[in-house]
Structure formats: structure tokens, C-alpha cells
Design a protein around this ligand. Sequence first.
Ligand code: NAD
Length: 396
Amino acid sequence: MIIQPKTRGFICTTAHPEGCAEQVKRQIDYVNAQPSITGPRNVLVIGASTGYGLASRIVSSFAAGANTIGVYFDKAAEGARTASAGWYNSAAFEEAAAAAGRKSYSIVGDAFSDEIKAKTIDLIRTELGQIDLVVYSVASPRRTHPKTGETFSSVIKPLGGTYTNKTVNFHSGEVSQATIEPATEDELRQTIAVMGGEDWQMWIDDMEQAGVLAEGATTVAYSYIGPEITHAVYREGTIGAAKNDLEATAKRLNEQLSTNGGRAFVSVNKALVTQSSSAIPVVPLYISALYKVMKEKGIHEGCIEQMYRLFSERLYGNCETLVDEKGLIRVDDWEMRPEIQAEVAEVWAKLSTENVYDLSDLAGYRREFFQLFGFETDGINYEADVNPEVNITNLR
Ligand code: NAD
């Protein structure tokens, strides 16, 4: 089958197995070129197939030499439909981990369900015994509550007032004004139910009760703060309220785990092109401006660089200030440097359809978006016939 990108809005409905494998290989190569980390031995990553979760799994396995279990929601190829990018990424990861002599297992299914939690706990018991790091990196538009059966949908909306700002159609380069009406109380409640901390807490409770969390275990989930320009729609909007809930959960989990020498953190990461962030209005244009400024200064990072820094310098490093005054780990520190933000704000004020490719790195954004699905990757022949059916070796 010849596989080409097919887009629908901010979604690409096809993925290329060889391109995805090459993207995973590049992340592994990056990590292999860095000093190794004395860190966790057995790691569970929930939301492990793309973005920050995949990078966390790669760092765990290839920098710390850990055994890993990845839980994710991805689809295998079927008929004329390719598998999802996360499926191909995970197949490539598992193959490389096995070649490097590390144990790795995949569980594909809904992490929000009791069934997948129970299945994962059984797998830990039989294969790894106990887990000493749990990474929670799920980003989802929906969640069905395992106890009540209610299905919640998340929205990305401001609270209290209408928000208008610049946005870009990153396929056409057209810069326009996006106007988003404020969320209702119910939309806010549902967004917190999807992207807040309840499911993370459920995972840790179930694992603790089952005795599969090692003494001194660490858990980490990811958050974002970002610049003034996106505050109304992000940090002070529905998704920010969900992140507040996630951060409050980290405090509770930290107390809970500390009785056994453990710790819980939220790490605030940098804005990056992922399947989730491309769905947020305004953010792709901000990321394009940010990339331009950070690349020019030589401090640009992708998911893998961010996660390597999180593990080596923060979670398992000897840094003096592990958390900020709110108790958050900050690997968005380079993004948030005042001089970076001042330059981005200057660019932002000038951005229009006419100058967007000159003033921002929209071309880089677009390319990275397609690379998430294994396209636009050097060294891959996209005219060649390729088998879309790829097995994941240790799928349970
Ligand atoms: P992503 O879309 O790349 O990855 C999401 C992962 O969650 C995938 O592995 C997917 O399979 C999995 N997933 C989704 N629904 C699931 C379900 N029901 N069951 C099991 N797995 C499921 O997202 P990302 O951007 O890497 O986001 C991960 C976390 O990082 C989120 O909390 C996000 O808010 C945070 N974050 C993202 C950015 C950014 O700019 N992308 C910045 C800072 C923090």
C-alpha cells in the first residue's frame, strides 16, 4: 500500500509505519548519545504511544535501562485503514527495547477503565513485580467514568468572557481571528473530569492496594502554563482548571506516597507540536513564533530533549531547586525566560497571513505535525509500497 497523509482539520487520519519507526529511532539515538541516568528500574507509562509519554518511555528504557509497560489507546491497521501513529511508534519502540535487552510490554485499551487498570496490575505482578515510576501522560477528548458510566467531553474554552486572538490554519498559512465563547458550568465540570487528576489518583490507589508500587515510588504527570497571550483560553480556561485539579492531586498523592518514602509531582513542560496541542486554537501560532525565537537562540527542545532533562536533571538529578514555589517541576523554564517571552510577544504583535512564514517557524510547525504521523521524514521513500499491518511484539 502507498501511504500518503490524509488530513481532516487538525487530524491526520493516516500514518506511515516506516516514518514513525524512523522518528522513534531518532529519539532513541538522541538518548543513547547522552550520559546514562541512575534512575527507575521498572516504569509504567500511561499514555505511552506519542508525545511526552512516548519520550518518557524512551528515556526510561534507553537512558535509565528500565523495563517498561506502556498503556495507550491506539488502533491496529484494518483493511484500507492504516494503524494510528501511536501503534507504529510503539511497535518500533518494543522492537528496539527488546534488541537492547530490556523488558517492555504494551497494553492497548482505555486507561480510564477499571478493566485496563486491573489488566495492567496483573501484568506488573507476573512480569515485573513492582513499579518504581508511574508516568501519567494521557491526553484525551473524552472519558467514561468507571464507576458511574457517565461519559465526559472536554472543551478548550475561556471562563467568564469571550476570548479573541490570532490563530493560524497551519495547512494554508492563513492567520485569522479566533473567537471562542466562554464555557458553561457543565462544560467546565466535564473538562475537569477528563483532564483533571481523578483518574491518576485511581491508578495510584489501585496500584497501592494491589501492592505493586515499590517502596519510595515516584509518580509524575504533565502540565502547561504558557504565555500571557494564551492564558484566557488555556491556563485560565477550562483546561487550566483541569490542570489545577491535576496539580492539587499531585499534592494529595505526594502526602499519600510519602508514608512509604514515595513522591508525586507535576512537571510543567514546554509547548510542543503534538496531536493534542494542535487541537488548541491560538496555540499552533504561538508555538510557531516560539520555535523561531528558541531555534535562533539555540535552545529549542522537542519532547525527547525535554524528557531527558526532566529525568536527568530533576527527577533523578541533583538539582538544588527541584520545584518552584507552587511545588511544580519546571522544564518550561527556557520557554518562559523573560527575554524569550518578550521576543515572542514582539513577533506576535506583527504576525499576519502576509508575513507568517518569515516571522514565525510555521513551516517547521507544519513539518513536525506531519512527522507525528511518520510523514515528511528524511530517508523514507513515500512512493514505495509498504505493509500497513505491523505487530507489536509484547502486546498483552
Ligand atoms: P499526545 O496526544 O501526544 O499523547 C496522548 C497519549 O494519551 C497517547 O499515548 C494516547 O494513546 C493516550 N491516550 C489518550 N486517551 C487514552 C485512553 N483513554 N486510554 C489510554 N491512553 C490514552 O499528548 P501530549 O501532548 O504528549 O500530552 C501529554 C500530557 O502532556 C498532557 O497532560 C498534556 O496536557 C501535557 N503537556 C503537553 C504539552 C504540549 O505542548 N503538547 C505541553 C505541556 C504539557
